[in-house]
Design a protein around this ligand. Sequence first.
Ligand SMILES: Nc1ncnc2c1ncn2[C@@H]1O[C@H](COP(=O)(O)OP(=O)(O)O)[C@@H](O)[C@H]1O
Ligand SMILES: [Mg+2]
Length: 215
Amino acid sequence: MLKVEHITTGYGKKQVLTDVSFSVDKGDVVLLSGGNGSGKSTVLKTIYGLLKPWAADGKVFFEERNITALPVSEMIRLGIVYMPQKKNVFEDFTVEENLLTSAGIYPKKEAEERVQKVFYMLPVLKNMRKRTPFNMSGGERQLLAFGNVLVHSPKLALLDEPFAGVDAGNSEVFKGCIVDLKKEGVTFVVVEHKRQLLEGVVGREVELELGEVKR
Ligand SMILES: Nc1ncnc2c1ncn2[C@@H]1O[C@H](COP(=O)(O)OP(=O)(O)O)[C@@H](O)[C@H]1O
Ligand SMILES: [Mg+2]
């Protein structure tokens, strides 16, 4: 359902990725692994259209459609949603306001229904709905960031180190949520160092080394 082809790109003049290609099947959870600075986040940003491939043969296909460097609004409309590694929540808004803001692109009633659905999937967020990220642990913030993704009912979720700072209990909740969605056919590309957290869930693994696919 996702094909990444010949991606060479970077920041300014600095090249980070070299000819990165891989494909992802529908309903799979693909682990994107590799050392610090190997280009994992850059791959997710390129899939999401935040960075452009440098060469004409660098392309990203989603469900057979060329989605290379589409605007974010279009990505979300297609069902592709990205959870950045940093700055992934609205700091000054409560949990509920965060979710409503993320859902703000939908009509009001639908937005409220979408938020209720996220609360149903992640009751831990419902219990925190009046709190702001300022008063939440790193792991709680990550769950909120995931909620901000789920609000869009993604077909393809791009998650950058979602488990960072998440405690054991919430990691189980998180994993359970991913397992349930996978069963419904949702596809994930996940950057994660602690691979044991996704044990039994991951299908394909793509390992990067210095911006190239190692295997
Ligand atoms: N915004 C940026 N501007 C310039 N260089 C960047 C930027 N983001 C990342 N880099 C560089 O790109 C390389 C890959 O970074 P990144 O994709 O974040 O790696 P990873 O997620 O695997 O740790 C690193 O050398 C990093 O310093
Ligand atoms: Mg990274």
